[in-house]
Design a binder for this molecule. Structure first.
Ligand code: FES
Ligand code: FE2
Length: 436
């Protein structure tokens, strides 16, 4: 059971809070590359951990990130001109480089001033279709972390951003909650629910999300890892051809401070729930696989093709109590949730819980074990950081071999861990639980 005090500790992300201090120790996604695609394109106003920033791409293609408010008299640089390898404030024309260098101050001719000061600029990297930033203490900047989705050709990766009006933790918890998949997402996971005569579920590459196993009360086997934890949702498997009994395992690594890898048969989803502030989150969804994706088809699978609720320009997910969280009840005979697609289903449920979940009022059951572990590990990491220790995973630089596992039938005496040798789980491997 989470106390109200621990709930505050887990969910508040401003600069003076324990969670905010810990999150600031990591590199975090701050926008997508598409949002600042071209040199000298419009600057992007963005929000991270309760602070406002402006991201821009200069004439030479370099990315810069500054505090949103101009260092002179605080006009927003979201209004600025981006030109001649810098960003120029509209108010008095001060111009800054990507590293914060003060290039011009038209209303103040003292060159020594320009040399003596710098605009507040932050370290940024561009990788995997995302712009990443580090906004923590300058002397504690960690190594940059690499993921599998950084690899391969651009067309084998799709990136989406959703700005959702809910605290990051409730969205992240949804991503570690295996037992909702076959229910909330049953249009995709168990399309037979409609059970109409002649109904044939679509099972193309894109809808292979149609998960083989519809058991909604899996046994959860969880183990801590240096970056957080991983868990296997274990269900009854199908016997092998020779009659060997099996269990089915679906494994999700949960990577601090905001990430997880969702297992699918044909590709993987990497998802990061990055707090914009205490009550809003940027969810970054990255599909990554061995073949090129069709963006239009994937948008349809994710339910991101309804412009009434979301578009790629502002990325804001428009669901709240006033529009019944985006639900269309007239479609509920064919769309189980009335929400249409994975993205809206997860996002709307997250928003429907209120801006910050009142966790002390929950009624948890065994199926929520992975959610509980997320809270425990986060609290452990925050407390460790507050007492001078290193938060989980900060020292790991290479996540490129960490994988999820889609539903896989494994003989009862086999170990799912053996299929994921690079996930940094504890060894030695244990025998599988009897009778699973
Ligand atoms: S406020 Fe930006 S130049 Fe004056
Ligand atoms: Fe979900």
């Amino acid at each position: 059971m989470i106390t109200e005090a621990d709930n505050v500790l887990l969910t508040r992300v401003g600069p003076t809070t324990p969670m905010g201090r810990m999150l600031r120790r990591y590199w975090l996604p701050v926008c997508t590359s598409r949002q600042v695609a071209q040199p000298d394109c419009a600057p992007l106003r963005t929000r991270l951990l309760g602070e406002n920033f402006v991201v821009f791409r200069d004439t030479s293609g370099r990315i810069g990130m500054l505090e949103e408010y101009c260092m002179h008299r605080r006009a927003s640089l979201a209004l600025a001109r981006v030109e001649d390898n810098g960003i120029r404030c509209l108010y008095h024309g001060w111009k800054f480089g990507v590293d914060g260098e003060i290039q011009e101050t038209p209303n103040h001719c003292d060159e020594r001033f320009r040399r003596a000061f710098r605009a507040p600029a932050f370290s940024v990297r561009e990788a995997g279709g995302l712009i990443w930033a580090y906004i923590g203490p300058k002397d504690l900047e960690p190594s940059f972390q690499t993921y599998a989705f950084f690899e391969g050709p651009e067309e084998n990766r799709l990136v989406f951003r959703l700005n959702i009006a809910a605290n990051f933790l409730q969205l992240w918890e949804g991503g570690t909650d295996s037992s909702h998949v076959g229910i909330l997402h049953c249009n995709l996971a168990n399309p037979e629910w409609k059970n109409k005569p002649g109904f044939e579920p679509d099972r193309t590459d894109y809808t292979s999300v149609a998960l083989a196993n519809g058991d909604n009360a899996p046994d959860l086997e969880i183990e801590n890892t240096p970056y957080g934890y991983q868990y296997a949702a274990r269900r009854q498997g199908k016997p092998l051809a020779d009659g060997t009994r099996t269990y089915s395992a679906r494994v999700t690594p949960v990577i601090f401070p905001t990430g997880r890898i969702i297992p699918l048969a044909q590709y993987q989803f990497f998802v990061f729930e990055v707090p914009r502030d205490d009550v809003s989150t940027s969810t970054y969804i990255l599909a990554h696989g061995p073949k090129p994706f069709d963006r239009v088809k994937m948008k349809a699978v994710l339910g991101l093709d309804n412009e009434r609720l979301w578009n790629e320009d502002d990325c804001n997910y428009r669901a709240g109590p006033d529009n019944l969280f985006g639900q269309d009840r007239s479609k509920m005979d064919v769309v189980w949730s009335g929400l249409g697609g994975l993205g809206p289903e997860d996002a709307s449920i997250g928003v429907s819980m209120g801006p910050i979940v009142e966790r002390h009022k929950e009624a948890l059951v065994a199926a929520d074990k992975a959610v509980v572990r997320l809270r425990e590990r986060l609290l452990e990491s925050v407390r460790r950081h507050e007492t001078g220790g290193t938060p989980f995973g900060l020292e790991i630089t290479d996540y490129s071999k960490v994988r999820s596992l889609a539903d896989t039938d494994i003989p009862l005496d086999g170990c799912w861990q053996d299929l994921l040798p690079h996930n940094m789980g504890p060894g030695p491997r244990r025998p599988a639980m009897a009778g699973a």
